[in-house]
Write a protein that binds this ligand. Structure first.
Ligand SMILES: *Cc1c(COP(=O)(O)O)cnc(C)c1O
Length: 397
């Protein structure tokens, strides 16, 4: 199972390299270089060292006793990616690809960002590794996420506001791809999730798999067995793939990916690409996408900025179709409730993205016996979301 993607970069019918001819040399170069460095012992050692000394790995696997008691049923464990430097799992991928870019001799990094979290992780890495950084961001996102824009600039990055299209993430991605074609010789395009043309979904999954590898060791140490269920939220799909991948062959371990149902799956204001989308091609890959009758991409919605993308990583599309993983959806309201529940029972204020996973865990745990085990990926901390949460609850700050 984990032998995928195949040589064409496909997970079943999904994934692939749907890029203009001018980009083929760039993806080809990346494929060759990644193959080489991913097998290099020195590369691995350097990345492990960075994670230990800079990211703060291994992150804790925490038994949430009060939450489990409150819900009644299975034991819930939290994989604490919220404790990573910069407050979320995105740094795992940014550091991995940063080292890869360095080995490839590229000193200029470009990235796209929606809510700004991937932009901040990338700018953090380029500061640390002394590289230049240009981040593309839709104009509307620049206005909505001014705090993250300020953070990126403080870290030394340039932020380019993209005026075209819907002026959000998908237009920023188009602009980043255009830049990459033009500046291939000097520039590395750092994709932020299990997205884009092959080999990006593979690269990002591999760098995030540190989450699942650690969780596997940690649960075996404390419980002496594998968990019954893994749960993670799915935006592009990187924190979920990172947790799931090292367990793919363990067919007794159920996997549940949680999409954003936003205002409700029937209303059209959601980001549930697997639950409600159709197969299509966007940003270099074939996968489930939110589209209208004419195949135009529909705008996604979620209160969690990191889940707000109209597509999903191709490996998730495949895991869905093969039945190896299940996909559910949690509304804005349920996510807010779960965030409050976790805060009050455990003293942990998680990100709104992560609270989608917590909400689903509470739902699933109820119907399981007291000795069963759930591992939830707590992908990030909630500080960034406090204004949105307050606003949703009608509290003026
Ligand atoms: C970006 C983000 C996500 C969603 O991205 P994935 O690639 O699906 O993991 C989830 N949680 C947090 C905290 C994020 O910043």
């Amino acid at each position: 199972m984990s032998a995928l993607p195949d040589r064409k970069g496909r997970f079943g019918e999904f994934g692939g390299q749907f890029v203009p001819e001018t980009l083929m040399p760039a993806v080809g170069e990346l494929e060759r270089e990644y193959k080489r460095w991913s097998r290099d012992a020195e590369f691995k050692k350097e990345l492990d060292g960075l994670h230990r000394e800079y990211t703060g790995r291994p992150t804790l696997l925490y038994h949430a006793r009060r939450l489990s008691e409150h819900v009644g049923g299975a034991k819930i464990y939290l994989k604490r990616e919220d404790l990573c430097h910069t407050g979320a799992h995105k740094i795992n991928n940014a550091l991995g690809q940063g080292l890869l870019a360095k080995r490839m001799g590229k000193k200029r990094i470009i990235a796209e960002t929606g809510a700004g979290q991937h932009g901040v992780a990338t700018a953090t890495m380029t500061a640390l590794m002394d590289m230049t950084c240009d981040v593309y961001m839709g104009v509307d996102d620049v206005q909505r996420q001014s705090l993250n824009v300020f953070r990126m600039k403080l870290l030394g990055a340039n932020v380019s506001a993209v005026e075209s299209g819907s002026r959000t993430l998908k237009d920023a991605i188009n602009e980043a791809m255009r830049d990459w074609v033009t500046n291939i010789a000097t520039t590395y395009y750092l994709v932020g999730s299990t997205m884009g043309p092959h080999p990006y979904p593979l690269i990002v999954r591999d760098f995030q798999s540190v989450i699942g590898k650690e969780a596997r060791k940690q649960i075996l140490k404390v419980e002496d067995r594998l968990p019954d269920v893994l749960i993670a939220c799915v935006g592009g799909g990187s924190n979920a793939m990172g947790l799931f991948h090292p367990f793919l062959r363990d067919t007794n371990v159920r996997m549940i990916g949680v999409e954003a149902a936003g205002g409700g799956l029937d209303g059209g204001r959601h980001s549930a690409s697997i639950s409600k989308g159709e197969v299509g091609v966007l940003h270099g890959k074939k996968t489930y996408l939110l589209q209208d009758e004419l195949g135009q991409i529909r705008e996604a919605h979620s209160i969690a900025p990191g889940l707000d993308y109209p597509g999903v990583g191709p490996e998730h599309a495949w895991l869905h179709d093969t039945g190896r993983a299940e996909y559910r959806a949690i509304t804005d309201e349920q996510a807010i409730e779960a965030l409050q529940l976790l805060a009050r029972t455990e003293g942990i204020v998680c990100a709104l993205e992560s609270s989608h996973a917590v909400a689903e865990a509470a739902r699933v745990a109820r119907d399981m016996s007291k000795d069963s085990i759930i591992v939830v990926n707590l992908s990030g901390r909630g500080d960034k979301d406090m204004p949105s949460v307050a606003d949703y609850l009608g509290v003026e700050l």
